[in-house]
Design a protein around this ligand. Structure first.
Ligand code: ADP
Ligand code: MG
Length: 631
């Protein structure tokens, strides 16, 4: 049995360095933080070979007393903390006194510093933990630190370094976070003597976002500012169109420090619920300010994670603030044909996504209530525009003629389809869920295309509506409202319908009896895997309630772990709304089109369906005119 022995200091340092210094970017982070803590207003970063050869950080901060230089490399030596109590009111980025010791243990470091009140400064080197004597140094006030040959004495770790470009990517990210966290700093970043970023001090937060992520993203942000008690939240949140495939564009800063926080990230995503498709992530630059005693930053080796005293309150604060802010915006998806035409190489962000221009395949396949074989109805209402002159009047002449034919057609076919839908009870449009608004029809210029889209003239431009997505959204909101107000209409089945399920499915369903009942779906246990459906929400109209119920069952049994009750209710609601809504492929009568459009005007949050697909695309009048070279 080997004996226990105390490790030599250098081994301890190397172990500690393993936690703090993962790669060159970690060194850059620690050095930048030290410069900020030193009160620097300008920091210049030079990198060679992705940081494997050289990392140099020069600042104009307070500098270091010549006598303190060697102490700077000692572990647990810091000027930022005096007592244990200070740990709970930390105002600096660093406080553990570990970074320089770690870096000095695994690289060749030269530290040069001069306090502003001294005529000259001093320098020291530390290589693999070995300190040199201190010498005079005649440099500018501030601190200059060079880290060469990172991991030179830990060959295994040096081998793990990635290509310079990759390491540089990580460094740029660290640099970006700091530049955003401290928007008054003048910062430069150079790689192999080439400027990567030059961030002047006068560049504010929004300018910086534009500098790092491009003007297009910058121009799709909404400013946000809220306070709650001592907590303050401000920054920018992205239009849903800025969505990404991962959460990298969600920048969160706490008291000037970039942090990662699963819970607050979740709050942000939840705030965008219904505006983004599953698996897509919002863009946000959020700054949270809290009294230091409300948060413990001493829980993570690189301080990237923190612990909040009241995480729940913060969650609702962030969720509520973002949600509220989004509600104030008109989030109708906008197309910018000009920019995409101008550059054919620009990938249209959504072109590969299903559901933007055609109904999703699974949707049509699932379509419980689709009615194949109905004749298509085309409808163009509203008086043709004859106020225009010249070339345009000729055009409108054609249109007028066309519209004449079509509306005649639609007169006949519309009638036909109405009859059929009445017979089959297929469309939930006309009845309870959806009061018809007669008299509106002549005022609305709308046509249905492909039995799936409504094209509408609005003052802003040509609006293309996805009929299913829009109806689904409206029904979803109505259902939600009625459930909240306790006015949801349910239809009792005179004779309960037995539904046969597997024992496991039945158990799942019966477990969720509460939320199902809130939705109007009454279920009772019949035994032997059979449950009885006793009632259903009236919104389904005459659509077979068992089929919709079956879908709910499938949904419940597909989940490994059920989400929270609120989420479950939300998911079930959108399932019901989806089933009750008109489908792509359903021809609509003029009245139905008018009703749908009118409901859109009345509802307040109709730009995306509950699954996050947009309900409408706007081709702005301006863009149209521009495309046709009228302006
Ligand atoms: P910490 O930042 O946690 O205190 P470090 O090991 O990063 O620990 O730094 C040790 C000490 O060296 C700091 O407390 C600070 O006094 C001094 N120091 C390091 N970098 C700078 C700098 N750029 N300007 C002024 N002082 C610095
Ligand atoms: Mg530090």
């Amino acid at each position: 049995m080997p004996r226990i022995q105390q490790l030599p200091p250098l081994v301890i340092t190397k172990i500690a360095a393993g936690e703090v210094i993962e790669r060159p970017a970690s060194v850059v982070k620690e050095l930048l933080e030290n410069s900020v803590d030193a009160g620097a207003s300008r920091i210049d970063v030079d990198i060679e070979q992705g940081g494997a050869e050289l990392i140099r950080v020069v600042d104009n901060g307070c500098g270091i007393q010549p006598d303190d230089l060697s102490l700077a490399f000692a572990s647990h030596a810091t000027s930022k903390l005096a007592t244990a109590d200070d740990l709970f009111r930390i105002g600096t980025l660093g406080f553990r006194g570990e970074a320089l010791a770690s870096i000095g243990g695994i690289a060749e470091v030269t530290l040069q510093a001069r306090p502003h009140d001294l005529v000259s400064g001093a320098e020291i080197t530390c290589a693999g933990g070995q300190l040199s004597p201190v010498h005079d140094w005649n440099g500018a006030p501030g601190t200059r630190i060079e880290v060469r040959h990172l991991f030179y004495n830990t060959p295994v770790r040096r081998k793990f370094l990635r290509a310079p470009g990759t390491e540089m990517g990580h460094i740029s990210e660290i640099f970006t976070r700091l530049a955003l966290a401290r928007p008054t700093l003048h910062l430069t970043l150079r790689h192999n003597s080439k400027v990567v970023y030059e961030v002047p001090d006068r560049a504010g937060l929004l300018d910086r976002i534009g500098l790092f992520f491009g003007p297009e993203l910058r121009d799709q942000l909404y400013p946000l500012e809220r306070s709650q008690g001592p907590a303050r939240l401000y920054g920018f949140i992205g239009d849903p169109a800025c969505e990404r495939g991962n959460a990298k564009m969600q920048y969160l800063f706490l008291n000037g420090r970039w942090i990662r926080d699963r819970s607050l990230g979740h709050a942000l995503q939840e705030a965008y619920r219904g505006l983004l498709m599953t698996g897509r992530y919002a863009t946000a630059f959020l700054f949270l300010e809290l009294p230091p005693d409300q948060v413990d930053v001493n829980v993570h080796p690189t301080k990237a994670e923190v612990r909040f005293r009241d995480g729940h309150a913060l969650y609702s604060f962030v969720f509520g603030s973002v949600r509220e802010r989004l509600r104030q915006e008109n989030l109708t998806a906008r197309l910018h044909p000009t920019s995409t035409l101008a550059d054919p190489h620009v990938q249209q962000p959504h072109s590969a996504e299903p559901g933007w221009f055609q109904p999703r395949a699974e949707e049509s396949a699932n379509s419980l209530f689709s009615q194949p074989g109905l004749p298509p109805v085309t409808f163009l209402s509203g008086p043709p525009n004859n106020q225009e002159s010249g070339v345009r009047s000729q055009e409108s002449g054609v249109r007028r003629q066309e519209s004449g034919v079509r509306s005649q057609e639609s007169g006949v076919r519309g009638q036909e389809s109405e009859d059929r839908s009445r017979e089959s009870g297929g469309l939930a449009l006309a009845a309870d869920s959806f009061p018809l608004t007669p008299g509106l029809a002549p005022g609305i210029k709308a046509i249905q295309l492909y039995d799936a889209y409504l094209v509408l003239e609005t003052p802003e431009g040509m609006l293309v509506i996805d009929q299913h997505a829009l109806h689904e959204r409206i029904l979803f909101d109505q259902l939600k409202k009625r459930i909240r107000e306790g006015t949801l209409e349910t239809q009792r089945l005179l004779i309960p319908e037995p539904v046969e399920l597997t024992a496991e499915q039945a158990a799942r369903v019966l477990e969720q009896r509460g939320p199902l009942a809130e939705l109007g779906l009454g279920v009772e246990d019949f035994g032997g895997g059979t449950v009885l459906l006793t009632s259903y929400p009236a919104i389904l109209g005459k659509r077979a309630p068992v089929a919709a119920f079956q879908c709910v069952v499938d949904f419940l049994s597909a989940k490994d772990r059920l989400p929270t009750r609120e989420q479950l209710l939300n998911d079930l609601l959108s399932l019901m709304a989806c089933h009750a809504a008109v489908r792509a492929g359903d021809p609509l009568t003029p009245e139905e089109i008018a009703a749908l459009v009118a409901l859109r005007e009345l509802a307040d949050d109709t730009h995306h369906c509950p699954h996050g697909r947009p309900t409408a695309l706007l081709f702005s009048r301006h863009d149209l005119d521009k495309q046709f070279r009228r302006i």
